[in-house]
Design a binder for this molecule. Structure first.
Ligand SMILES: *Cc1c(COP(=O)(O)O)cnc(C)c1O
Length: 361
């Protein structure tokens, strides 16, 4: 008898999330240094000095448990977004919150809907709880809200929408999004995953929708524009009644003390976000122009990454690039076998990628 037989059926069928390849792993495998990683949509500028010194100071207290209620960070978020503290749920990354939402609200006989090419965590959390995934066909690689609305049934408990979407970078205009949300019954929860919202043209005013639609949950993260991916901190904004439910099933100390401090400091640093966005816009231009020169077409992206059609096996191009010391993300697991996703890096890193890609396509 194998212990695997003891596990839940829905769990044994899970395919684990495949993260971007760590730099150290490639160093070990190939014995090369000077590796460029453009695979996990991290902020290439690194954390700010303010954040680093706040972490150094807070590290003196790590013998203590963190504030399990995250009061200081929640207060700062409430102030920034003009919400009440009861509307905020903190998570060990926003992935944590996405999972909490599914676990708290969806039972195995219910349905979770998301789009083709949507973020890989949605099918994972759906399958982990044994619920049924309903996948709406994409339109131009992005969400087709009309197709999604036709698939809503009595059993639809949760709809995930990533805006911008990862891995395609596609973006839904605010008016279309609100029209969709307005016609979803309040028996269905809508999660608007805004992991990349800071890179958009304007901080879209999705937060104002919370007052109108109590079934809406907005998730955001400190992993991308705020440059804190390694610390794991994200959050959900919602009706207080939803936050209360999520608060019941989260682990008591799901956000660590260094993350709480770093996120609070990072949140107040508008100049860092401004600089990040500026840098990203320039990198997006550089990469798009470079891909164009190589004769490769891209999916227009509002994130800090861009998905490019490499016109042959993306897995092979990924492997070729690895040998040249450049880590990107193949996206065949998303049903995009001829694309790769490239995070926008420093100017020199982007150039390394373009030079390497020139040798393999
Ligand atoms: C990166 C990402 C997240 C969040 O990741 P965390 O590090 O767990 O906060 C959530 N949604 C999407 C679409 C992402 O790309």
């Amino acid at each position: 008898m194998s212990f695997c037989d003891l596990a839940l059926d829905c769990v044994t069928k899970l395919q684990p999330y495949v993260p971007g390849k760590p730099i150290e792993e490639l160093e070990r495998e190939l014995g090369i240094t000077n590796i460029v990683k453009l695979a996990s949509n991290e902020n290439p500028l690194g954390p700010s000095d303010k954040v680093l010194s706040a972490i150094a100071e807070a590290s003196k207290e790590i013998t203590r448990y963190p504030d399990g209620n995250g009061f200081t960070l929640k207060s700062a978020l409430a102030e920034k977004y003009q919400l009440s503290i009861e509307q905020i749920t903190l998570g060990n990354g926003s992935n944590d919150v996405l999972e909490l939402i599914a676990r708290a609200f969806v039972s195995p006989d219910e349905e979770v809907m998301f789009s083709q090419y949507a973020f890989a965590v949605y099918p994972l959390v759906t399958q982990a709880i044994g619920a049924k995934a309903v996948i709406a066909a994409a339109r131009d690689y992005g969400h087709d809200l009309h197709a999604m609305s036709t698939l809503i049934s009595d059993k639809t408990k949760l709809i995930f929408i990533a805006n911008p979407n990862n891995p395609t970078g596609t973006h839904l205009p605010a008016d279309e999004l609100e029209a969709f949300i307005a016609q979803v019954s309040d028996k269905t929860l809508i999660v608007l995953d805004e992991a990349y919202v800071e890179y958009g043209d304007q901080d879209t005013n999705s937060i104002s929708l919370l007052a109108k639609y109590p079934n809406l949950i907005i998730t955001r993260t400190f992993s991308k524009a705020y440059g804190l991916a390694g610390l794991r901190v994200g959050y959900a904004l919602s009706d207080p009644k939803i936050a209360d439910i999520l608060n019941r099933i989260r682990q008591p100390f799901n956000v660590n003390s260094l993350a709480l401090v770093a996120a609070t400091v990072a949140l107040s640093d508008d100049a860092y976000i401004e600089k990040t966005k500026h840098h990203n816009d320039a990198g997006m231009k550089q990469l798009t122009a470079g891909f164009d020169t190589l004769g490769l077409s891209t999916i227009p992206s509002k994130g800090n990454f861009i998905t490019v059609d490499v016109k042959r096996s993306g897995e092979e191009v990924f492997a070729d690039l690895l040998r040249l010391g450049v880590i990107v993300r193949p996206v065949s697991n998303y049903g995009l076998p001829k694309h790769i996703r490239v995070s926008i890096g420093l100017e020199s890193e982007n150039q390394r990628l373009l030079d390497a890609l020139g040798q393999c396509v």
